[in-house]
Design a protein around this ligand. Structure first.
Ligand SMILES: [Zn+2]
Length: 347
């Protein structure tokens, strides 16, 4: 069964937003801890087969944000999400989130970052060497340049003080909000400070100008890139620089930006056919009701990839992580050992 294979396969998750990754169980638990709010978990789950617009999804994220408005909830949520990924045999995880304050609970952007880092620290200790976790601070493009500057300054500071856990900056949020070019200088500053960049790009059509400018930085990875191949100068730059794409199949289809997983609709096939590096990711596994194993299973079903090809794809992801070369070496060894121990699965 392909399903059992993709579950057992060691995997790397590089595009996971903390809030969107909360499972229904975790959301229920947060609701039960919160006496002031009256949320229903049904609001945060997309029923199988239904399609929500991108706007519906962003509304849902805001509900979850209200449930994670204090340091304790954030730490709890971080640990719960890491545990979910461990259960799905993810061996290396990059979580991303926008630091935000809340005057009612005394939360500051700094204590937000600290809470996530504490969650990572405690959880990885509990799991010993089952998973390595890194953290990307997200710039939310709806919030403007001052907020973005705060985020990048925190990322620079914690890159030095977090024992290598903060490794980069993500650029995300509603693609209809603002012009991405407003953030060009601050993203360049982040890059010059040694932070790695994962930028959401071309999630909707009509962003060609900002895409060209963002590519000039250049980013280390591209989130989605859904319509990049329709923009010839962009496609050429991405190909020439071999920038890996983070492909989130279920997210694209349930979010309504792509019609189906099939070759005529989903951009994964095009990039795969021309040999562009890409990684499979969940984006928001809670909101979109998926797992990374499920994304591998869908990719295999839609493209005909064999078990060997799926193994090669998951191992190749190690090349694109933002952690050090030492970590990459350790992970490659882990993948090779796993394959030796599971050789019968490839027959
Ligand atoms: Zn995303």
């Amino acid at each position: 069964m392909m399903e059992q294979f993709t579950e057992a396969l060691p995997k790397v998750e590089l595009h996971a937003h903390l809030n969107g990754s909360l499972s229904e169980e975790t959301i229920q638990r947060l609701i039960s801890l919160d006496t002031k709010n009256t949320f229903t978990s049904a609001e945060t789950v997309i029923a199988k087969g239904s399609k929500r617009t991108l706007k519906d999804c962003f509304d849902m994220f805001q509900i979850i944000q209200r449930l994670t408005a204090d340091a304790e909830s954030i730490k709890y949520a971080t640990k719960a999400v890491i545990n979910d990924f461990v259960a799905d045999h993810v061996c290396y995880l990059e979580l991303r989130s926008t630091p935000r304050g809340n005057s009612a609970t005394g939360l500051t952007k700094r204590s937000y970052v600290e809470a996530v880092l504490e969650g990572i620290e405690e959880c990885t200790k509990e799991h010993s060497d089952a998973i390595e976790v890194r953290f990307l601070l997200s710039i939310d493009r709806r919030l403007g340049i001052e907020e973005a500057e705060d985020t990048v300054n925190l990322a620079i500071e914690y890159k030095k003080s977090s024992k290598g856990r903060v490794v980069g900056v993500d650029f995300s949020g509603d693609p209809n909000a603002r012009d991405g070019r407003e953030y060009l200088e601050i993203l360049k500053k982040a890059k010059q400070s040694g932070l790695r960049l994962a930028l959401h790009m071309a999630e909707i059509r009509g962003l060609q100008r900002e895409n060209i400018d963002l590519l000039s930085i250049p980013p280390d990875r591209i989130g989605h890139g859904t319509f990049l191949h329709e923009e010839l100068p962009c496609e050429d730059i991405v190909r020439k620089r071999q920038i890996p794409l983070e492909i989130c199949l279920t997210s694209n289809v349930k979010g309504g930006t792509v019609e189906s997983f099939a070759e005529e609709h989903h951009h994964m096939h095009r990039w795969k056919n021309i040999g562009q590096p890409f990684v499979l990711c969940t984006d928001d596994k809670g909101v979109f009701s998926t797992t990374l194993s499920n994304e591998y299973r869908i990719a295999a079903a839609e493209s005909g990839m064999t078990r060997q090809e799926l193994f090669d794809l998951s191992k190749r992801c190690i090349d694109f992580i933002f952690a050090s070369d030492d970590v990459k070496t350790r992970l490659r060894w882990k993948w090779d050992t796993w394959k030796e121990q599971h050789s019968s699965l490839f027959l």
